[in-house]
Design a protein around this ligand. Structure first.
Ligand SMILES: Cc1cc2nc3c(=O)[nH]c(=O)nc-3n(C[C@H](O)[C@H](O)[C@H](O)COP(=O)(O)OP(=O)(O)OC[C@H]3O[C@@H](n4cnc5c(N)ncnc54)[C@H](O)[C@@H]3O)c2cc1C
Length: 451
C-alpha cells in the first residue's frame, strides 16, 4: 500500500549517495510520507551494488553474493515489489581450489542436507581429519568471545587468534584464509577476528539459512533501479550526476548541501550516505573539532581490486563461488549463466591483498590473475577476449584489527546530520545487509524526531 500523506513542509530530507544505505533510508522515509531527495554523484544508481559499461564491456563493482540469512535486505526488496527469487540464483555448492588440492562443499542444509554434511565431513584431500578437528575449539572459543568480548576480539588478527587456539597451518591456509581474505580481501595477518566471527554469527541460530545466491542480472538493473522506482512511486526523487561538494552549516546545525556546480539546496535533515572517504571529508570539514567526529576520522579505509573478463570458453562448469587460497584469488565465479548471461564465458574475481595491487598497472594485475587461475587448474582463462580491472581506493572501511571502535553511529550529535553506510556501526560488517540496516537506522532516527 502506498502512502499518500506526503509531508507538505517546504524542506525535504536530502540523502547523499544512492548505494543501498541511501536507498534504504530514502525508501523508509518516503514510505512514511516524508519528502526525500537522493543526490548521487555517479551517472548511475547503486554505488557498490551497481553495474555499468566500462569502455565497451559490461562490468560491476565486483561479484556479489546474497547470503541466505540476510533479513533487512530481502524484506526491503519485498516491500518495494522486487521478488527475491526472480533476481537471485541460489547456489548449491562452493569450491575451495588450492593449488595442491580441491574441496567441494554443499551449501544448503535444508534442500541438500546430505551433500552439505558430506562436504563438511569429507574433502580429506583438502583437510585431513586432524586439520578439521583443530577447528572445533577455535570456532567454539571464537563465537563465545564474539558475544562476550567483541571489542577485545577486534584487537586481534585472525591468524594470531587461530594459532592461539591450535588451528593447524593447513587448516589456517585452506579454510580460515578463504573464509576471511576470500571475503574481505585482507591478508589473515591483518583481518580482524571480530569481523571473522561477525560474518558467521547471524547464522548460528539459523544454520539452515547459510546459502549463497548470485544475482541474475546486473545489480543496477535487477535491484537498485527498481528500488529507486519504488522510492519515486512513494513521492521521493532520486537524481544521478549530482555530486555534493559541501554540507551547509548554520549555528552548528546542518541545513542543506552545496553541489559541485555551486547550487545550494536547503534541507530539514541531511543523511550522508556516501562512501567512507567522501563522508569523512564532507563531515570533517565542519566538525573535526568534535570528539565523535575525530573518532570517525580515525576509521581507516581499505582498497579493493577485481578482475572481470569475457572469454570464448566458460571458466568453470557451474556459476558458483570458488575460493583460491594460496593464490592471488580471493573468491571468484563464472557468471555467464547468471549475472552476465551469454553463450560464451564471463567471470569475475576479487583479488586478495589489495594494498599491494591497487597502484599496479592493469596489465600486471591481469597477469597475476591469469597465473593464479592456472595455478588452480582453470586454463580456460587463456580464451579471454577482453578484461577490465575494476578498483576502488576509498569505498570500504578497513576490516583489520582495531578499527571497529571507530565506526560512527547513524544518529550524530549534530542537529540535522545523520550518517548511513556500511561503515557505520551495525553488526553486518561491510555487506549489502549492513548497508540496508544502516539506512533504516538513520531513517528511524529522523522519524523519531532526533534533531
Ligand atoms: C568487489 C565487491 C564485492 C562485494 N561483495 C559483496 C557480497 O558478496 N555480499 C555483500 O553483501 N556485500 C558485498 N559487497 C559490499 C556491498 O557492496 C556494500 O557493503 C554496500 O553496497 C555498501 O552500500 P553503501 O550504500 O554503504 O555504500 P556505496 O554503495 O558505496 O554507496 C555510496 C554512494 O555514494 C555516492 N557518493 C559518494 N560521494 C558522493 C557525493 N559527494 N555526492 C553524491 N554522491 C556521492 C557514491 O557514488 C555511491 O553511489 C561487495 C562490495 C564490493 C566492492
Amino acid at each position: 500500500m502506498l502512502h499518500t500523506n506526503q509531508d507538505t513542509s517546504e524542506q525535504p530530507t536530502i540523502i547523499i549517495g544512492s548505494g543501498l544505505a541511501g536507498l534504504s533510508c530514502a525508501f523508509e522515509l518516503a514510505d512514511q510520507g516524508k519528502k526525500v531527495i537522493v543526490l548521487e554523484a555517479a551517472p548511475y544508481i547503486g554505488g557498490r551494488t551497481a553495474n555499468w559499461n566500462e569502455h565497451g564491456m559490461g562490468v560491476e563493482s565486483g561479484f556479489h553474493k546474497f547470503i541466505g540469512y540476510y533479513v533487512a535486505l530481502p524484506e526491503l526488496l519485498e516491500r518495494a515489489g522486487i521478488v527475491l527469487d526472480e533476481i537471485v540464483h541460489w547456489e548449491t555448492t562452493t569450491n575451495i581450489r588450492h593449488p595442491e588440492a580441491e574441496g567441494t562443499f554443499g551449501l544448503d542444509l535444508l534442500k541438500a542436507p546430505l551433500k552439505t554434511l558430506a562436504g563438511a565431513l569429507g574433502n580429506n584431500d583438502l583437510l585431513s581429519p586432524l586439520d578439521k578437528a583443530s577447528l572445533a575449539p577455535f570456532f567454539a572459543a571464537g563465537f563465545k568471545d564474539y558475544l562476550a568480548n567483541p571489542e577485545e576480539l577486534d584487537e586481534i588478527p585472525i591468524k594470531e587468534y587461530a594459532k592461539k587456539h591450535g588451528v593447524t597451518d593447513k587448516a589456517l591456509e585452506r579454510l580460515i584464509e578463504p573464509l576471511s581474505s576470500g571475503i574481505f580481501f585482507l591478508p589473515i595477518e591483518q583481518y580482524s577476528t571480530y569481523a571473522f566471527f561477525g560474518l558467521f554469527a547471524p547464522a548460528i541460530p539459523r544454520p539452515h539459512l547459510i546459502r549463497i545466491g548470485a544475482f541474475k542480472g546486473g545489480m543496477t538493473q535487477v535491484m537498485t533501479e527498481p528500488l529507486s522506482r519504488a522510492i519515486e512511486e512513494r513521492g521521493g526523487q532520486v537524481m544521478t550526476g549530482k555530486p555534493v561538494a559541501h554540507l551547509l552549516v548554520e549555528n552548528g546545525a546542518v541545513t542543506g548541501v552545496q553541489l559541485e556546480d555551486g547550487t545550494q539546496m536547503q534541507a530539514e535533515q541531511v543523511v550522508v550516505a556516501a562512501n567512507i572517504r567522501r563522508s569523512q571529508l564532507l563531515v570533517g570539514e565542519h566538525f573535526s573539532d568534535q570528539e565523535w567526529c575525530q573518532n570517525f576520522l580515525a576509521l581507516e579505509m581499505m582498497p579493493y581490486v577485481t578482475a572481470q573478463f569475457e572469454a570464448t570458453e566458460k571458466l568453470a562448469g557451474a556459476d558458483h563461488t570458488n575460493f583460491g587460497p594460496g593464490t592471488q584469488l580471493g573468491s571468484f565465479s563464472e557468471q555467464s549463466r547468471t549475472t552476465f548471461q551469454r553463450p560464451t564465458g564471463r567471470a569475475s574475481i576479487i583479488l586478495v591483498d589489495p594494498d599491494k595491487l591497487i597502484d599496479l598497472p592493469d596489465e600486471e594485475v591481469w597477469e597475476l590473475t591469469r597465473n593464479s587461475l592456472h595455478a588452480v587448474d582453470l586454463p580456460n582463462v587463456d580464451t579471454m577476449t577482453q578484461y577490465r580491472i575494476i578498483r576502488g581506493k576509498e569505498n570500504f572501511y578497513r576490516l583489520s584489527a582495531g578499527n571497529e571502535k571507530h565506526r560512527p553511529q547513524q544518529i550524530t550529535p549534530v542537529p540535522g546530520l545523520f550518517l548511513a553506510g556500511d561503515y557505520t556501526k551495525q553488526p553486518l560488517l561491510a555487506t549489502m545487509e549492513g548497508a540496508v540496516i544502516s539506512g533504516q537506522r538513520a531513517a528511524r532516527g529522523i522519524l523519531k524526531g532526533h534533531k
